[in-house]
Design a protein around this ligand. Structure first.
Ligand SMILES: Nc1ncnc2c1ncn2[C@@H]1O[C@H](COP(=O)(O)OP(=O)(O)OP(=O)(O)O)[C@@H](O)[C@H]1O
Ligand SMILES: CC(=O)N[C@H]1[C@@H]2OC[C@@H](O2)[C@@H](O)[C@@H]1O[C@H](C)C(=O)O
Length: 371
């Protein structure tokens, strides 16, 4: 009998750390078993932050960071295996996203770059590892992102409602599951990336826990409209973005000629995250008529009470929930998705959705690194 346990590993655009999920996957069942988050050591976080912010480094720095992240992923997985007393022989495969350091899907030579050497993961854990999960989609003309919609379809499809899954990580992305309609999914824009950068700049904190600071501010409507004029928000899908566009420099440029108090900027940035998504839902989607609409939120933003409050208020006819309310831990959905992508690759099942990424072919994503 084939092993049905898979490990998924995700470190995302927030640069906060490594999420690991253990998932039991068979042809007709996907069950979350356990999840852990391993924060990055501060110097690794700083090195990644600088690399992503400046988009430049020496080849030596890049090579060493690729190796170091490979080791960090492997050590975190081994800790996870020990903590849950797992037998590595019983793990079908590890699916590791790696760390995106640049994503450029629309240039003359489109590319997406994830680091964290998967050879090291396979060697140190003794488990077959699947990585490089985005580039095959790009080779077929796709955006290489977002990839989670296929997984969302596998676990969240419902015949009797229009369900939108919203992941609010550093960047936000949606998956639209509407009965009898093709699946749509794209990045809506910033999730937490600007919120984190702004509070770091002003209060030297990595994030605004429970929106305590944003709640003291007042939304600046004219700044909000100015931010919402960003052309990315108005581009048709398929589309994907990242820290290359939405970063502190983007925000500082937009703030020229505006002088709100820093706490008001924080409040306005929460509203930007919420409104960019609502604008995308209202202007770019056609949902099946006469069905109830549900917004299902996951990712770190699901822990932000102000974000949830604003969505509930602005989508008053909708049911606004977090995936935790469906008993699926909102912190580990992306990591679960990479376990599932590994399962698909090992079984040679297609795992991209062409209507989402724009690829010309549905294909089994990822490269297998045997141990
Ligand atoms: N209690 C909380 N209050 C407010 N914000 C929170 C809270 N907990 C987490 N967050 C936010 O969530 C972020 C982390 O989200 P997540 O782990 O989904 O990011 P990620 O995996 O890097 O994302 P992605 O790959 O989807 O861009 C933190 O940086 C922080 O901004
Ligand atoms: C290039 C890249 O790493 N993109 C991430 C990022 O983080 C959120 C959003 O932007 C999404 O497009 C994607 O991650 C998830 C896991 C995805 O591919 O679905």
């Amino acid at each position: 009998m084939q092993n049905s346990l898979y490990i998924g590993v995700m470190s995302g655009t927030s640069l906060d750390g490594i999420d690991i999920a253990l998932v039991d996957i068979t042809d007709d069942n996907i069950t979350f078993i356990a999840g852990e988050c391993y924060p990055f050591p501060n110097e690794v976080k700083m090195a990644l932050w600088q690399l992503c912010q400046q988009s430049s480094c020496t080849l030596l720095q890049l090579g060493e960071l690729d190796h170091r992240l490979g080791q960090l992923y492997a050590d975190s997985i081994n800790n996870f295996i020990n903590k849950y007393h797992l037998d590595s022989q019983k793990i079908g495969a590890i699916g590791c996203h790696g760390q995106t350091i640049y994503h450029s899907p629309n240039g003359e030579y489109p590319f997406t770059m994830q680091i964290g050497d998967a050879n090291i993961i396979a060697a140190k854990t003794g488990i077959t590892t699947v990585a490089d999960l985005r580039r095959k989609d790009m080779a077929y003309g796709g955006q290489g992102a977002p990839l989670v919609p296929a997984f969302h379809q596998a676990i969240f499809s419902a015949p009797d409602k229009n369900r939108i899954i919203l992941n609010i990580g550093g960047i936000s992305n949606i998956t639209v599951l509407s009965p009898n309609q093709p699946i749509i999914g794209f990045d809506t824009g910033p999730g937490n990336v600007l919120l984190d950068s702004w509070i770091m700049r002003h209060l030297n904190q990595p994030y605004d826990k429970d929106a305590q600071w944003a709640k003291t501010g007042i939304i600046n409507q004219s700044l909000l409209q100015h931010l919402l004029n960003e052309p990315y928000f108005h581009m048709p899908y398929p589309k994907s973005t990242g820290r290359e566009l939405f970063n502190i420099d983007w925000l500082l440029k937009k703030l020229i000629n505006y002088t709100p108090a820093p706490k008001d900027v924080q409040a306005t940035l929460v509203e930007l995250t919420v409104n960019a998504t609502i604008q995308a839902i209202n202007k770019q989607l056609t949902l099946s008529d006469n069905l109830p609409n549900e917004l299902l939120i996951c990712g770190g933003g699901a822990k932000n009470p102000l974000i949830i409050e604003r969505f509930s208020k602005l989508l008053e006819d909708w049911s606004v929930l977090t995936t935790d309310q469906l008993n699926i831990d909102s912190s580990f959905i992306e990591a679960m998705a990479f376990a599932w992508l590994a399962y698909c690759r090992i079984h040679n099942l297609p795992s991209n959705i062409t209507t989402v990424t724009g690829a010309t072919k549905a294909i089994s994503l990822g490269v297998i690194y045997p141990n």
